[in-house]
Write a protein that binds this ligand. Structure first.
Ligand code: C2E
Ligand code: MG
Ligand code: MG
Length: 580
């Protein structure tokens, strides 16, 4: 794919004018020195309008086609601010502006993509154009444009620029990246070639926005976009995938080449600080790699693997490059197994008792998902939950497990066995599906009526959310959880201590239970620091009237320490394994 920079330079070459000559022309036509050479004597008439603009925004040369199209005489147009010649029409989307031109001159390597714009000619007629902007040197940019058929610009055809490019960084946007990778995939597949994608995420970028404000955050993204363009190969494409995530598409790159480019990208962010508004800002990045055909057979599978490897890089402490090493490819094997299990009602629930740590009496239980194999063996959730999240199947698992838990609540209560809380894990994917939640509540209401529990305001159902699931937007989380609270469910934070910002969640959400991260609990009897951390969180939880639950209690020593620290409840293999 040629980019507009390539096109602009090709254009000059095909007309016999080297970029250097054109640069000289541009120089000689700076606003300080009136043009010694009439550009139209030198530049032949192109099919396109061609206009040179200096960094003050003044026109230093204009060709005949541009004059014809805009209705201006060359002598009138030269040295005028370009906005006088390229007057924006009322229905313009304001793509073509001085800021963009200056940005392109300053960066020297960022080329405006082909974009559309409505301008007014000298005679006040509307002119629909598409244009590209290329830097010639540190002082000048060239706008190339031509008239568009009107029907291309009516409201049913969104502007190409908006459709394909990110307005902040001027890189390809997600939509364009998807198209590029689909085209690349088709040709790689038919020619038996390889290619790779890199997903780059700036670490802790939210903190930058919080600390310096969103304007600085935006400027920083622009600087990052400029910097990473330097280190990729000419044939590579880099674009903005989402927020602070960039996607790099590398044609003809096998895993080894992809790893080299990824390392270069990683270093270009980490090695040098960014200078912005008299500040030095240090950034790091995490990068996930996926290669065709090693990691997947189609772009969707590669996105999935790139996302998974990036996620793993983040989990392993950020600031690193990570590739699948073949391991994550098993996602698709697990995915197939999951699909089958979902279709054949083979997702089943097991229940792990939760005890009062002080007296050892069972006081609650947690439901955990399992896949039941044909031979009756059960596959533990930690073997398939990650794959389920990546393949967007997790909401279907949650749906089945919650229904089973609701029925279990009712049967237990009806047997007069117990009315204790039943804990169930819920994913963010499930929380974001109101239609599923509504169905669940309809189902729960019927079940509670059938078992005579409908009168109870507080339902014996506790929703467990992990810190990872609680994304950054606390207001969104509150909204997502509201229907559950309204229904009478309680909330628990699972794996507390394994993520970030947990304290904010405690302050802002109506949490009733706090479950300590199992990895921390395993160390509590053996490491003084772990013990101090649990002790500190326990005190905090007590002051907030939260019930604390320790997971992964595997021996007597751990149980004794937790009892001493005053942790309320516990679960673990030492007391009882999850069972049907
Ligand atoms: P979790 O909710 O923190 O569940 C505790 C995990 O620790 C369970 O693993 C449980 O079997 C295991 N466990 C219990 N006692 C011990 C112990 O003494 N030592 C050790 N090492 N492990 C113990 P499991 O069932 O494999 O689940 C793993 C994770 O998968 C869960 O962690 C939960 O985050 C997720 N999960 C499980 N079921 C579901 C589900 O239905 N929906 C969703 N969204 N996530 C689920
Ligand atoms: Mg849990
Ligand atoms: Mg847990």
């Amino acid at each position: 794919m040629t980019n507009p920079r390539q096109r602009a330079s090709d254009h000059l070459h095909t007309t016999g004018i080297s970029t250097q000559n054109a640069t000289n022309l541009a120089h000689s036509g700076s606003s300080e020195n009136p043009l010694p050479i009439q550009p139209d004597d030198t530049l032949p008439i192109f099919g396109d309008g061609l206009v040179g603009i200096n960094k003050d925004g003044n026109i230093n040369f204009i060709n005949k086609t541009a004059c014809k199209l805009t209705g201006w005489l060359q002598s009138d147009a030269e040295n005028k601010p370009f906005e006088e010649i390229f007057q924006l029409s009322d229905d313009s989307s304001e793509t073509l502006n001085l800021k963009l031109i200056q940005h392109i001159i300053k960066s020297g390597h960022l080329i405006a993509p082909l974009a559309q714009q409505v301008i007014k000619t000298k005679n006040n007629k509307k002119l629909h154009i598409d244009f590209s902007i290329s830097p010639l040197d540190g002082n000048t940019a060239i706008i190339m444009f031509h008239q568009l058929e009107k029907d291309l610009t009516n409201k049913n055809h969104p502007l190409l620029y908006q459709v394909n490019y990110d307005p902040l960084t001027h890189l390809s946007n997600r939509n364009a990246l998807q198209k590029i990778i689909n085209t690349l995939h088709d040709s790689a597949q038919s020619q038996g070639k390889t290619y790779s994608i890199l997903l780059l995420d700036l670490d802790h970028f939210k903190l930058i926005n919080d600390r310096y404000g969103h304007d600085t955050g935006d400027q920083l993204l622009q600087l990052v976009a400029e910097r990473i363009q330097f280190v990729i190969r000419d044939k590579d494409t880099i674009g903005r995938w989402a927020g602070e995530e960039f996607l790099c598409i590398l044609p003809d790159a096998d895993p080894a080449i992809a790893a080299i480019v990824a390392e270069r990208l990683h270093q270009c962010i980490n090695k040098q600080c960014f200078h912005l508004n008299q500040r030095e800002i240090f950034l790091t990045a995490s990068i996930g790699i996926a290669s065709y055909p090693n990691d997947g057979t189609c772009p969707e599978e590669l996105f999935c693997i790139a996302d998974a490897t990036l996620y793993e890089a983040k989990q392993n402490g950020r600031n690193q490059v990570n590739s699948s090493k073949g391991l994550i490819s098993s996602i698709f094997t697990v995915g197939n197994q999951l699909e089958q299990a979902l279709q054949n009602q083979k997702i089943i629930s097991v229940y792990q008792p939760i005890f009062d740590i002080q007296n050892g009496v069972q006081i609650a239980e947690e439901t955990l998902a399992r896949i039941q194999e044909d031979n009756g063996d059960l596959i533990e959730a930690n073997h398939f939950i990650d794959a389920a999240v990546r393949l967007q199947l997790i909401h279907r698992i949650d749906d089945q497990v919650i229904r089973q838990t609701i029925t279990r609540c009712c049967i237990n209560a009806a047997d007069n066995k117990t009315n204790f809380p039943h804990f169930v894990n819920i994913s963010a994917d499930f929380l974001r599906r109101p239609e599923l939640i509504k169905d669940i509540f309809d189902f729960a209401r019927k079940e509670f009526i059938a078992y005579g529990l409908s009168e109870r305001k507080n339902k014996p159902l506790v929703i467990e959310i992990t810190e990872q699931e609680l994304l950054h937007d606390i207001e969104e989380v509150k909204k997502l959880l509201a229907p559950f609270i309204e229904f009478g469910c309680e909330l628990a934070i699972d794996d507390f201590g394994s993520g970030y910002s947990s304290l904010t969640y405690l302050a802002d959400l109506p949490i009733s239970y706090l479950k300590f991260d199992g990895a921390l609990i395993k160390r509590v009897a053996y490491e003084d620091r772990a013990r101090k951390i649990i002790s500190g969180i326990q005190k905090l939880a007590e002051s907030l009237d939260l019930i604390t639950i320790a997971e992964h209690i595997e021996d007597q020593a751990t149980l004794d320490v937790l009892r001493e620290l005053g942790v309320s409840w516990g679960q673990g293999y030492f007391s009882a394994k999850p069972s049907i």
